[in-house]
Design a protein around this ligand. Structure first.
Ligand SMILES: [Zn+2]
Length: 120
């Protein structure tokens, strides 16, 4: 049982080291969602008013939640860079959650060991 726990602990530490190594840098991250829209224009008599297939676009936006409000920013040619940065952010968050999960398990396991030692 103790062997099993130690083995599990070592596995968790190894997994955590791997995750830390894989963490992308902070420099190129963006939080938000990249969205694509086809929109009508303001021109009088334009086909886009009556024909959905004649809508203008695609227009690329990034949607970002800031202080409880969702804001949209036009990306244009920066779309590719934004998609990449959002993917990096999401990957980073996923890894941070996993690292925190591992840290919690390690912390709780250590507490049990300490308590056992105190009883002896
Ligand atoms: Zn139009």
């Amino acid at each position: 049982m103790a062997q099993n726990k130690r083995g599990n602990r070592e596995e968790l530490i190894k997994e955590r080291q791997g995750l830390i190594k894989e963490l992308p840098g902070w420099k190129d991250i963006l939080r938000g969602s990249v969205l694509t829209y086809f929109l009508p224009c303001g021109k009088k008599g334009c086909r886009c008013k009556s024909d959905k297939d004649s809508l203008h676009g695609p227009y690329y936006y990034i949607s970002v939640s800031e202080k409880g409000k969702t804001r949209m920013y036009l990306l244009g040619r920066k779309r590719k860079e934004a998609v990449y940065a959002v993917a990096r952010y999401n990957d980073m968050i996923k890894k941070l959650y996993r690292i925190c999960g591992i840290n919690l398990r390690l912390l709780l396991a250590r507490k049990e060991e300490d308590e056992r030692k105190e009883k002896d």
